[in-house]
Design a protein around this ligand. Structure first.
Ligand SMILES: NC(=O)c1ccc[n+]([C@@H]2O[C@H](COP(=O)([O-])OP(=O)(O)OC[C@H]3O[C@@H](n4cnc5c(N)ncnc54)[C@H](O)[C@@H]3O)[C@@H](O)[C@H]2O)c1
Length: 353
């Protein structure tokens, strides 16, 4: 078993291994205070693994409640959020009890926000079941729901008390969901460089344990320095400003991972055409995205992408912090005006190298 300790506003452990879901009580027992556990999961994860989790908790005389949401991003909404809080209150869940977020980033973000706000915060255990959730959403304490006006518009920074990552659960992931997670892993490879970047030339599944471990450590190191996203945590948004714009333009029919891959290539092209990185760096990023078969066509025109970014960001001001690539393993935060951004995107999209 691999273990990563996060020392942020809360200190917690992330355990990474195979076949540990069926032994989970032994790991979480030391942090349990109450005897009720409220599991938030989706229908697919519940069908595949729900009984493994609940039966052993019940065998240990834990009173288990479960709230099952339909799978998919649409469930990360305020109706489910309020319905869950009400259900927890009806069931008499108290501040000493715990929430388990069981699933991918959707149940994870929703359950995290529920745990952050129910009775001003109760214990949270994350059990990620997708690659994306394992390397990204279950770690670092960003929790959120989507509002009609946009993604992740309500949320809280709320660290879990433990994360248990059972890699065997990923055997049942559909290829496209696994691929979504690969885009985030490639992001870590670009941010942190080697050894992880070169490791990605071989299929991630072959080295999943060491890759997940490395990604989590990269995120841990960043979160420990900047838990509230004030400075270097923004590096984790590499490719994401553009990705979110593409997701928005597509009405969320382009998956997060596909959009991240498109965002990574476009940001690499911007970095090259603005003189931040060499052609060799751009080529390495193009090649690694090709290895995973990502369609990196941004689909939309530069002015549409720029307007979608403006729509998303104008709540702040006329500048955004764009993450640019200087080298594999070296990215920088560049304050960019919206008008410059438009020109940068246009130049990058005109580039035919
Ligand atoms: N909080 C953060 O820091 C952070 C970071 C990145 C992404 N996110 C959020 O994460 C979400 C995306 O997460 P996701 O890609 O995990 O989506 P998801 O939770 O919707 O899971 C994707 C699909 O995989 C299915 N699934 C999950 N585990 C499975 C398994 N083991 N076997 C078979 N099927 C399984 C789900 O039922 C779902 O249909 C987005 O809402 C995004 O905003 C949050």
């Amino acid at each position: 078993m691999k273990k990563v300790v996060v020392k942020s506003s809360k200190k917690y452990e992330i355990l990474i291994d195979r076949d540990i879901l069926s032994k989970i009580y032994g790991y979480i027992n030391p942090i349990l205070k109450g005897n009720h556990i409220y599991i938030i999961t989706d229908d697919i994860v519940d069908r595949l693994y729900g009984s493994v989790l609940t039966s052993q908790l019940k065998n240990e005389n834990i009173i288990v409640y479960k709230y099952i949401i339909p799978n998919g991003e649409k469930s990360k909404n305020s109706d489910n959020y309020i319905a869950i809080l009400n259900d927890m209150a009806v069931k008499g869940i108290s501040r000493t009890d715990s929430v388990i977020a069981f699933g991918g980033g959707v149940p994870g973000d929703l359950a995290g926000f529920v745990a952050a706000t129910y009775q001003r915060g109760i214990s949270l255990i994350q059990i990620p079941t997708t690659l994306l959730a394992a390397v990204d959403s279950s770690v670092g304490g960003k929790t959120a729901i989507d509002l009609k006006q946009g993604k992740n518009l309500a949320g809280a920074f709320y660290q879990p008390d433990m994360v248990i990552c059972d890699l065997s659960l990923m055997n049942t992931l559909p290829d496209d969901v696994f691929k979504d997670g690969c885009a985030e892993v490639i992001k870590y490879g670009i941010l942190a460089g080697n050894p992880i970047f070169d490791q990605l030339k071989n299929p991630i599944k072959k080295n999943i344990e060491s890759i997940v471990y490395r990604c989590i450590k990269i995120k841990r190191d960043i979160v420990q320095k900047d838990e509230k996203d004030k400075n270097i945590r923004q590096l984790l948004n590499l490719g994401h400003t553009i990705a979110h714009a593409i997701e928005l333009l597509s009405g969320y029919t382009v998956s997060h991972g596909e959009a991240v891959a498109k965002g990574l290539l476009l940001i690499a092209k911007i970095s090259y055409t603005q003189g931040f990185c060499s052609k060799a760096v751009l080529d390495r990023i193009t090649d690694i995205l090709d290895v995973y078969g990502f369609d990196t066509d941004p689909i939309y025109k530069e002015k549409d992408i720029a307007s979608a970014i403006i729509m998303d960001k104008k709540r702040n001001n006329e500048y955004i912090n764009l993450i640019l690539i200087e080298d594999i393993g070296k990215c920088v935060i560049k304050k960019t005006s919206m008008s410059d951004l438009n020109n940068m995107i246009q130049k990058a999209m005109d580039y035919r190298g």
